[in-house]
Design a protein around this ligand. Structure first.
Ligand code: ZN
Length: 405
């Protein structure tokens, strides 16, 4: 069943459906009951006081809890439920004897993705030279549904080009499309704006190239795609924790686009919206969540209220001010780092931007040709077993579309 099947506007219907479900389960034992999207009924009680419709949901949840208690360990019924929001479930649901085992299903890792690709590729006519492990490597952070989507898109792209089978390029185009949205080659951008975008993206690329802890660059494009007018694509590092140095380098790369505009045009544009938004969040997180500011100290107010602490603001006005100041200090530092990099590699930076204007897409190889090999990460590598295969999504630094703002 789906969790929402229990939710009804009529009083008592949800609870009676729960009773009915468990009655059937007992009759049919041994059996498995699977409730999808359990959060529809299992949300924590008493959070939205004042909504009368909630009473009915609470009754349903109470009935569910009662019924689950009524099962002996040997009654031959296994109850499973799924949710994306385990954090908002009522704690009583997770007590012993109820849903007392949790299985976290993370995004698929390299080997998992390869296996998922193999499932979805069966239906397609493929280029015999196609390498599935290559596809798995190109899709870090993709869910199973995303991978299914890649296969479908790739087939559509191949068909549009009247190909007899789907080849590697079709898959690459499909992956780009899913990460960045549809390419809009027909979108008309005035030359002066195009130049700004090229320098902006070259700024991201150059800064990240010279900061050893930033994510390695994959390619840079100034072809409008989805909402973005240009983008620098990175291969996300396979890390689960980030050091302060990595975060600073990351922040400097983020602001690199804005700094490039300052240097080249002597004025700034709205194109850095997305960059600045991420930069601000990261800087605040460093100060208020990760304890990375000396002045504010080793404190974290992460998830304070959600965990039931009633303090509406667990810090004083003075501390709040200090958090703001320290955030600004970090952002200013990232700005300076980006500025230093760009100013000391002006020739290469300009060459890169012009190359980008000419070719519209450039790759890590082009940067290597201009700047020489990238400085390796200074961090000490952990033993292989501790480093998970991949973390997070493919990072894209976008220039926001001016017309959307
Ligand atoms: Zn940008």
């Amino acid at each position: 069943m789906s969790g929402s099947d229990f939710v009804e506007m009529f009083v008592g219907v949800g609870a009676s459906r729960v009773r009915d479900l468990f009655k059937q389960a007992k009759e049919k034992a041994p059996c498995i009951v699977f409730i999808d999207e359990i959060d529809a009924v299992g949300r924590a009680r008493g959070k939205n006081v004042g909504f009368s419709s909630n009473d009915e949901r609470e009754n349903t949840l109470n009935q569910l809890l009662t019924e689950m208690d009524g099962f002996g360990t040997n009654s031959g019924v296994i109850i499973l439920a799924a949710t994306n929001r385990a954090d908002i479930l009522d704690k009583a649901l997770m007590r012993a004897g109820r849903f007392d085992r949790q299985i976290t299903i993370d995004l698929p890792e390299l080997k998992d993705r390869e296996a998922i690709f193999n499932v979805h590729l069966k239906k397609l006519k493929l280029d015999p030279a196609l390498d599935t492990s290559f596809l798995a490597k190109q899709t870090p952070g993709f869910s199973g549904a995303d991978i299914a989507n890649v296969c479908n898109e790739a087939a559509l792209i191949a068909a549009r080009h009247n190909k007899k089978f789907v080849d590697r390029q079709d898959f690459l185009d499909a992956i780009d499309r899913i990460i960045g949205g549809l390419e809009r080659k027909s979108k008309i951008i005035p030359p002066s704006e195009k130049r700004t975008i090229a320098f902006h993206e070259a700024g991201h690329a150059t800064v990240s190239w010279f900061l050893p802890n930033a994510n390695p660059l994959l390619k840079v494009t100034i072809i409008p795609r989805g909402k973005a007018l240009g983008a620098a694509w990175y291969v996300p590092e396979e890390r689960q924790i980030m050091t302060k140095e990595q975060m600073m380098d990351e922040m400097a790369s983020l602001i690199g686009g804005r700094v490039a505009e300052e240097i080249i045009n002597n004025k700034i544009s709205s194109g850095a919206l997305n960059d600045l938004e991420r930069l601000t969040k990261m800087a605040y997180a460093m100060v208020a969540y990760y304890g990375m500011s000396d002045k504010v100290g080793n404190v974290s107010w992460y998830n304070f209220q959600e965990d039931g602490y009633q303090l509406s603001k667990p810090f004083s006005e003075k501390t709040a001010e200090m958090v703001d100041q320290e955030t600004k200090v970090l952002i200013d530092k990232a700005h300076q780092m980006a500025k230093d990099v760009l100013e000391s590699h002006m020739d290469g930076f300009k060459e890169l931007a012009n190359l980008l204007l000419e070719k519209e897409v450039i790759f890590a190889e082009d940067l290597e040709r201009i700047y020489g090999p990238r400085v390796k990460e200074t961090e000490i590598k952990e033993p292989a077993k501790d480093s998970p295969e991949d973390a997070g999504e493919t990072e894209v630094h976008e220039t926001a579309d001016a017309e959307k703002q």
